[in-house]
Ligand binder design. Structure first.
Ligand code: NAI
Length: 701
């Protein structure tokens, strides 16, 4: 059992002991009910205190049980709360640190609540595509009012206990303790003050009234607001329905309505996707052969080589986390330009009120520059972000090998070059790793951590931890061309090109995939990032892998100098200073002419085919990436696509999406595409892993 029972004089204390956040798994639930029975049977006990050990009162459901029958095993959370309410002796919740989800619902089932200031209080179920399922939508409005409760339930965001305690007329907390240190003693004292009360004298939240003065009109207003903001997610609107039920129905009927809604949301694609994301995000930091307790190197200062687009953004991440950065460049002018860009970025944040002036100054004070490698001799981590040429990287890494202190981590931000080759330029390949940031590096969440064949385990563990510190989603990739994300996007881009050859227009392709939920279609994306980047890669490919077929349209576009927004024209036309993509007659004519050269009669291509070809191209390459051991789990691939490539969150990433469609269906569709005479039959050969999983009736997991 993960709850302890002890008696302090006339007060019984039940302490949840399920680290890290006292999740309400079966063993905790049974521990609580067991403690309750003991306390109620012991005549010496006059009142009961429930609290959580360590860093939380309770963070809610135990994620290890999520979606498994164990979560429902009796006593489930509803039964535990009923048992609290039925106690003949007063129960006081001693709340501190974290009181969320089921943890808050549990507290609301107690007769009294004493909270420490600074406690994060939330019902975050909506973030998993659900509504609270153990009375949260029925009890919270009764203690803090309908509007505050609805805001909390619809947003899922935490609110500090002292703010809630200051609400006029609130009944959530009977007492705000002086501090987190004193909350337990104050709860015990409070319990003594109510000891001996029993039966009707014990207050229950369920008996409080629940009304909104404007009644249905308020809820109509709330639905309009929430509906407008949550279009691809059903749960937020259902939160409103559940809270409305609290105002219209008797308590038990409202509870039944909450349960009905909760159950109906449990298996929606959106909830499954969000729960997958929740788990995959946590799992991404786990590397199969690098144990959690691997010792980490200390990172107190960082060197960055190159003050260009990436170097500047990378530096900002560390400054934001309070870690000093020294940037090295070849020339003073390049340094000045880089620093000016960093300042401009921060100043824009200050202007928008997102950053305080003193914070900005503190961050800038952590930044220094140099033109000499010798000045990097004390850096614990050095990240290279110079031109993408192996010769330049060689020079830089040889210099770093010369000056860096023993044990310093040497990282490259290369997006296409071989990290093992880069490591070989040094005498310490074990200290070399790839840290592939995405542009703009101070904004994008994704960090691909590229593990070379010699990269030491403690280097990996350190880089994953530092990724977390700078608030990135770090995902480990093996060494291969393009790593996880770009290797997959290449296949997606190839399909986008073939679709043009066969009869689609750039705007049709973009619209179809944007309707599916991508932030931006491939052609608008190309115009934003610069079509010349892909052009350079294709030229390299033409030498390395002449067998790989491409549509020539993108090359033709670049031959016209249409690199995208930066040249004022790409797949679309752009008006000066604006970013709106205007369909281009010239480009559409170019595509038609190219079809004629190829002897292709254009056909009407459905949006469904467009989406399937683009997404399944990602899925098939993702499966190859798993087979090759470049990614260790499919959830890592999903994290890359959700955080770095604009894949719709509510679809859970390409691999999760394919599993939801069913791998059998995905494979059959691929086989159908393989028969398309214009297409590359080899392209649509389902990866062996997909075939194996189909044969075993399994999915990616
Ligand atoms: P950039 O051209 O904006 O900046 C490169 C900077 O490195 C320039 O300021 C240059 O003066 C400096 N530099 C060149 N050689 C140097 C040397 N030997 N010593 C010191 N400084 C030197 O390039 P960008 O876009 O920042 O790219 C840098 C690296 O990041 C490349 O490896 C690139 O592949 C990678 N990358 C770029 C992404 C992007 O979207 N731009 C995304 C992810 C990775």
């Amino acid at each position: 059992m993960t709850a302890e029972y002890k008696v302090l004089g006339d007060i019984a204390v039940i302490t949840m002991t399920n680290p890290p956040v006292n999740g309400l798994g079966f063993s905790t639930r049974i521990g609580i009910t067991d403690g309750l029975s003991k306390a109620n049977a012991d005549d010496a006990v006059k009142a009961i205190v429930i609290t959580g050990a360590g860093k939380a009162f309770s963070g809610g459901a135990d994620i290890k049980e999520f979606g498994t029958p164990k979560a429902l095993q009796e006593p489930n959370l509803l039964s535990v709360i009923l048992a609290l309410e039925a106690s003949s002796k007063p129960i006081v919740a001693a709340i501190h640190s974290v009181c969320m989800g089921g943890g808050l619902e549990l507290a609301l089932g107690c007769h009294y609540r004493v909270a420490a200031p600074g406690t994060n209080v939330a019902l975050p179920e909506v973030k998993l595509g659900l509504i609270p399922g153990a009375g949260g939508t029925q009890r919270l409005p009764r203690v803090i009012g309908v509007e505050t409760a609805l805001n909390m339930i619809v947003s899922g965001e935490p609110v500090k206990s002292e703010l809630l305690a200051s609400l006029p007329g609130q009944k959530l907390f009977d007492k705000l303790a002086a501090s987190a240190e004193s909350v337990f003693d104050e709860a015990v004292a409070f319990a003594r003050s109510v000891a001996g009360k029993t039966g009707e004298a014990l207050p229950l939240v369920r008996n409080l009234p629940c009304k909104h003065p404007q009644g249905d009109a308020y809820f109509q207003f709330a639905k309009n607001m929430v509906g407008g903001m949550s279009k691809n997610y059903p749960a937020p609107l259902q939160c409103v329905d559940a809270v409305q039920a609290a105002t219209k129905m008797k308590f038990d009927a409202g509870m039944a309505e909450e349960r009905r809604i909760f159950t109906s949301l449990m298996f929606t694609p959106e909830s499954l996707a969000l729960r997958h994301l929740f788990m995959a995000e946590r799992a991404a930091s786990k590397i199969p052969d690098v144990p959690d307790d691997t010792p980490k190197r200390e990172i107190k200062s960082v060197g960055v080589i190159g003050a260009g687009t990436m170097g500047g953004g990378i530096s900002m991440n560390f400054l934001n986390a309070g870690i000093p950065v020294k940037i090295l460049e070849m020339k003073q002018e390049a340094l000045d330009r880089g620093i000016a860009t960093i300042k401009k970025n921060y100043e824009a944040q200050v202007k928008k009120g997102k950053l305080k002036q003193d914070k900005y100054e503190q961050r800038m004070a952590l930044l220094s520059t140099t033109l000499s490698y010798d000045d990097l001799k004390d850096a614990d981590l050095i990240i290279e972000a110079v031109f993408e040429e192996i010769g330049v990287k060689e020079k830089v890494f040889k210099e770093l090998d010369r000056v860096a202190k023993k044990g310093a981590i040497l990282a490259s931000n290369t997006s296409t070059l071989d990290v093992d080759k880069i490591a070989s330029f040094t005498e310490r390949p074990q200290d070399v790793v790839g840290m592939h940031f995405f542009s703009p590096a101070n904004v994008m969440k994704l960090l691909e951590v590229v593990r070379g064949k010699a990269t030491a385990k403690d280097v990996l563990a350190t880089v994953m931890a530092i990724g977390k510190k700078i608030k990135k989603t770090a995902v480990v990739s093996g060494v291969c061309d393009g790593f996880i994300g770009n290797r997959m996007i290449e296949q997606y881009s190839r399909q986008a090109g073939f679709l043009l050859d066969e009869g689609a227009t750039p705007q049709q392709v973009d619209k179809a995939i944007e309707k599916f939920g991508f932030a931006m279609g491939p052609f608008r994306m190309g115009d934003l990032a610069g079509n010349d980047i892909g052009w350079a890669i294709r030229k390299r490919r033409a030498v390395e892998r002449a067998d790989m077929k491409y549509s020539r349209t993108a090359d033709k576009l670049c031959e016209l100098g249409r690199f995208g927004q930066k040249t004022g024209a790409g797949w679309y036309d752009y008006q000066a200073g604006k970013r709106d993509a205007i369909p281009s007659e010239l480009v559409n004519k170019m595509i038609e002419d190219h079809r004629k050269e190829l002897g292709i009669t254009p056909r009407k291509i459905s949006d469904e085919e467009i989406v399937q070809r683009l997404v399944y191209a990602l899925v098939n390459e993702g499966a190859h990436i798993l087979e090759d051991g470049i990614a260790s789990k499919s959830g890592d691939i999903d994290m890359v696509y959700l955080t770095g490539y604009g894949f719709p969150i509510y679809r859970g990433g390409p691999m999760h999406y394919a599993s939801q469609v069913g791998l059998y269906n995905v494979a059959e569709t691929m086989k159908r595409f393989a028969k398309n005479p214009r297409d590359d039959a080899e392209f649509w050969q389902p990866a062996p892993l997909i075939q194996k999983l189909v044969a075993e009736g399994k999915s990616f997991g």
